[in-house]
Design a protein around this ligand. Structure first.
Ligand code: BGP
Length: 495
């Protein structure tokens, strides 16, 4: 039996989901459309398309991860007859009581979820919030608290109200900051005595790879995406300040999709290029933790001929709204090589990577690297000395129910065990402050990148296939009982 060291007393074990991927009920109780609602499933595991409608009524689709050629006279929209997996998700909206009871059955200390902005402000800029939307989250949060599960809430997880894209291309326009502030204030005030942990934007650095999922932005021009990222960071810092005014005990984090990058060789240009690659993610946390645009970013913008549109007072907002902790998702590591195309590539979270000969990959080509998680924790903690919350990690796999009803997902247990061992090392050997661990998709849900249900991450199986057929009944996988023991022993028993 592997015995890891016990984790800190208040370590937050739990699981993570996002509203757009698990709730379903995409138009129920006054919810508006969001940027996730126009995404179809990708063909056999490839990246997803979004659908659009042109002014003359004709419709079409385009890869949501490459919007450079988005037609000028079109807007993203739901097209009758097409199938949109997020419209049903895992139907958490109608099953939240049963699902939370299952989370409690595993002994969760926390549950990372997101609030769908489009349930609260269906058009993004409505003058008053949709009470029905708030009532749903009242019920979910109260249900969690009933079991002493601490809610950890992401304000914006790949789910911008679609109306804001139609109006002014969403985060590319400064007016979206005010809309986001109105929304944040509404939920901060509503839950000020019930929720302590908040995250502003899911994987804020993902805007580099997907302006659509991340920010509801059409276009691939650097100018547009840099401006949208700027607006999100000003909004994130404002949310931290307003949140602390509403409740000084709030812990408000920023979040990165963290993929540590290794130089392919000790060639100085591999090492230098690797540093520059890592700055693409660190730029976001540098702003949100240190409170200002770093010099390397200013130089990069200058040499790209980009002048951001800013307003007086922005610098102060960024300086005074630094985040309390850093949340990360961690799935894989990557490699930087100055040799370019001569190396074999593999798929990854948002971006392709060079293949690392020392690592295995998942069925979707993501490189499995538990030590990379320890490396990440060290790199981030060394840079900021702020607590880190691992709010996503996990293995997407095709689980099969056996005839006897069991779902033997030993590969997932193995994956998570190896990662937890490395977290223990980071805490006990390296002295990193880690707040908690919430494996991704703790109940099966729709994949963000491919739209598949069959890319499953959960401890709980949901009977639904890629075409939305199934009973939506919930089944415990083998990993369910395993994770329960991990939590019960506070990380000491990993077998
Ligand atoms: C992260 C997202 C999640 C989630 C996860 C797994 O980047 O924050 O929303 O989906 O990746 O990715 P996928 O669903 O594409 O397998």
């Amino acid at each position: 039996m592997i015995k890891a060291k016990r984790f800190p007393e208040k370590f937050l074990w739990g699981g993570a989901t996002a509203a757009n991927q698990c709730e379903g009920a995409y138009l129920e109780d006054g919810k508006g459309l969001s940027c996730a609602d126009v995404l179809k499933a990708g063909e056999s595991g490839s990246l997803r398309n979004l659908t659009y409608r042109k002014a003359d009524g004709t419709t079409g689709e385009i890869c949501a991860f490459a919007l450079g050629d988005f037609p000028k006279d079109a807007y993203p929209d739901v097209v009758e007859g097409d199938f949109y997996p997020n419209h049903m998700g895992a139907d958490f909206y109608h099953n939240y009581k049963e699902d939370i009871a299952l989370f409690a059955g595993m002994g969760y200390k926390c549950y990372r979820m997101s609030i769908a902005w489009s349930r609260i402000y269906p058009n993004g800029d409505d003058p008053v919030p949709n009470e029905k939307g708030l009532e749903f989250y009242d019920k979910v949060i109260d249900e969690l608290l009933k079991y002493n599960i601490e809610p950890v809430i992401t304000l914006s997880h790949y789910e911008v109200p679609l109306a804001l894209t139609k109006k002014w291309n969403s985060w590319a326009d400064r007016r979206t900051i005010d809309c986001f502030m109105r929304y944040s204030k509404t939920v901060f005030e509503r839950y000020k005595d019930k929720v302590k942990y908040w995250i502003t934007f899911n994987e804020i650095n993902s805007i580099v790879f997907t302006g659509w999922l991340s920010a509801g932005v059409i276009g691939a021009e650097k100018q547009v995406l840099e401006q949208a990222a700027y607006h999100q960071m000003v909004a994130g810092a404002s949310a931290v300040r307003i949140g602390h005014e509403i409740n000084p005990d709030f812990q408000i984090g920023c979040m990165l999709a963290y993929t540590p990058s290794y130089p392919y060789s000790c060639k100085p240009y591999d090492v230098l290029g690797n540093i520059k690659t890592q700055e693409q993610a660190f730029f976001f946390s540098d702003v949100m933790i240190r409170g200002y645009y770093p010099s390397y970013k200013l130089k990069e913008l200058e040499s790209a001929g980009i002048a951001l549109r800013t307003e007086a007072g922005d610098e102060e907002i960024l300086r005074n709204g630094t985040a309390d902790y850093i949340a990360i998702s961690y799935y894989m590591s990557a490699i930087f090589s100055s040799a370019g195309d001569q190396l074999e590539t593999t798929a990854g979270n948002m971006a392709t990577s060079y293949k690392n000969p020392y690592l295995q990959t998942s069925e979707w080509g993501w490189q499995i690297d538990p030590v990379g998680l320890r490396i990440s924790l060290n790199e981030i903690y060394d840079r900021y000395q702020k607590p880190i919350f691992i709010v996503e990690n996990g293995l997407g796999a095709k689980d099969e129910i056996q005839e006897n009803g069991e779902i033997p997902d030993d590969y997932r247990i193995e994956y998570l065990k190896k990662h937890i061992e490395q977290i223990a090392e980071a805490i006990h050997t390296d002295g990193v402050e880690v707040l908690g661990y919430t494996p991704w998709g703790c109940i099966d849900l729709v994949s963000a990148s491919t739209g598949q249900m069959s890319k499953r991450y959960g401890f709980i199986y949901v009977d639904c296939d890629d075409a939305g057929n199934g009973t939506f009944k919930r089944y415990k996988k083998k990993s369910f009982e395993w994770y329960k023991k991990v939590i019960q022993s506070n990380g000491e028993i990993l077998e």
